[in-house]
Design a protein around this ligand. Structure first.
Ligand code: AMO
Length: 421
């Protein structure tokens, strides 16, 4: 390894001869002097050379020079008397200028050229915020006694609904890409009581929308010994607060660059029952439309000063078979959604936990138990009252950063049309 100084560390090496390494962000030739601006993982650094040929933008370089104060330099220090070694030369120019402060290319161009486009600080920033969010999710749940698990992404049965599942050929047998870790995270409550998973899930989404992907990252949690869904909501509140705290701590530059204002999480996030939400939005539909979710979010901000809103008690008919009914209100469930800035961000709830209840719930939906034998083992051998939730990472990052399209929050989105890069 070369002994390398990061661009953000130059000030600590004033007067010394050091080596930096990175990509040529920009070269500027004036009459008597040239500037080479180098981008590394910590930011930008400038080298000042006598006029002459400089390597093209996105060349990978190693620059050794003497650190001197420079009033025009990023961070106030620059390298003088540089020796430049080119480690790799690009064979084509980038599809758009990466050094311009604002991205000049349209989204399809950005996505088509993701490996290079994402080097632009504005396009990288959402990914930094996403990474910091995941770190905060893990930190918070670790602190609350959860164990991280890793469950199969190739499965034998659909978990959410049969409709949007990707089928695959598994050594000649039919199999599916997991739509969620739902069954496995529930089973693992029987092992650890409290578990979480950060992983990819797959939905054969036929909709070409700004909030759906065919593969997204699901932040799942599941916990045992709950009274009902309200204990799950309390853990979710902690997870969201921890994610925000981590973003604040780990990604201040990205927040600054994107001009993001982080939301406050109320000590108790306001909750409205589905029946009340329906009354408020003058609806008699069994589910909330995207417009109604937006309206309810605005209502929560006005009424409760909160950018988060729980909607509880969704009708059983609209929730998966594993959902626990509300014992006090026939037809309604102990399932909830969390809305954030106008969008459904999380689905969760209390689950059934008795074997016989599962057999009955499946029969009521015209299904036998055969396809679910592996899953039902957990309940056959004793499971505590439990519940959990799943938060869509890309939706979270999109709502936080104000990205108009969920595709701006993930490096290589998969959708109806996009399988490459
Ligand atoms: P659900 O199917 O509602 O619930 O998904 C949970 C959350 O995942 C996100 N999401 C998506 N994000 C991007 N593209 C998609 N196509 C997409 N579909 C869903 C949303 C959503 O709120 N097993 C249950 C969770 C549980 O009860 O624990 C489930 O998967 O943010």
């Amino acid at each position: 390894m070369i002994s390398r100084v990061l661009s953000a560390e130059l000030a600590e090496h004033a007067g010394q001869r050091v080596t930096i390494a990175g990509w040529v962000y920009r070269r500027r030739r004036l009459k008597s002097v040239s500037f080479l601006i180098v981008r590394d993982r910590s930011g930008l650094a400038q080298a000042v050379a006598a006029s002459g040929d400089l390597p093209a933008e996105e060349s990978v370089v190693q620059v050794t020079g003497t650190v001197a104060a420079g009033s025009q330099a990023p961070g106030g220090y620059e390298l003088v008397a540089p020796e430049i070694e080119v480690l790799a030369r690009p064979s084509a120019p980038p599809p758009f200028d990466l050094y311009r402060p604002v991205v000049s290319a349209a989204l399809p161009t950005v996505l088509d050229h993701a490996p290079v486009a994402l080097r632009h600080p504005m396009l990288r920033a959402p990914l930094e915020i996403s990474a910091a969010s995941v770190a905060g999710f893990r930190e918070t749940l670790d602190r609350l006694g959860f164990t991280e698990i890793h469950t199969p992404k190739i499965v034998g049965s659909a978990t959410e609904s049969g409709a949007n599942v990707f089928g695959i050929d598994y050594f000649g047998r039919p199999a599916y890409l997991a739509q969620s870790p739902q069954f496995y995270k529930q089973a693992m409550v029987g092992v650890f009581e409290r578990v979480y998973e950060v992983g990819p899930v797959f939905r054969a989404e036929p909709h070409d929308t700004v909030r759906h992907l065919a593969q997204y990252t699901s932040l799942d949690a599941e916990l045992g010994f709950v009274r009902d869904h309200r204990d799950v909501m309390a853990v979710l509140r902690e997870a969201v607060a921890g994610m925000l705290e981590s973003v604040r701590r780990r990604a201040p530059a990205a927040l600054d660059l994107l001009g993001v204002t982080l939301p406050e999480v109320p000590a108790e996030i306001p909750a409205v029952h589905f029946a009340e939400a329906r009354r408020l939005t003058s609806s008699d539909e069994p589910d909330l439309s995207p417009e109604q979710e937006r309206w309810l979010s605005e209502w929560a901000l006005k009424e409760h000063g909160s950018e988060f809103l729980f909607v509880t008690g969704y009708p059983m008919a609209k929730r998966p078979f594993y959902t626990h009914p509300d014992p006090a209100r026939p037809g309604y469930s102990n399932g909830f959604d969390l809305l954030f800035r106008g969008l459904e961000l999380v689905t969760g709830g209390q689950r059934l936990h008795r074997y016989d209840d599962y057999v009955r719930a499946l029969a009521a939906r015209g299904e036998g138990t055969d396809a679910y034998e592996g899953y039902l083992q957990a309940f056959r051998y004793g499971m505590p009252p439990h519940g959990g939730f799943a938060l869509g990472l890309e939706r979270w990052t999109a709502r936080l950063t104000g990205a108009a399209n969920i595709r701006q929050t993930t490096a290589f989105p998969r959708d109806l049309h996009r399988l490459s890069p």
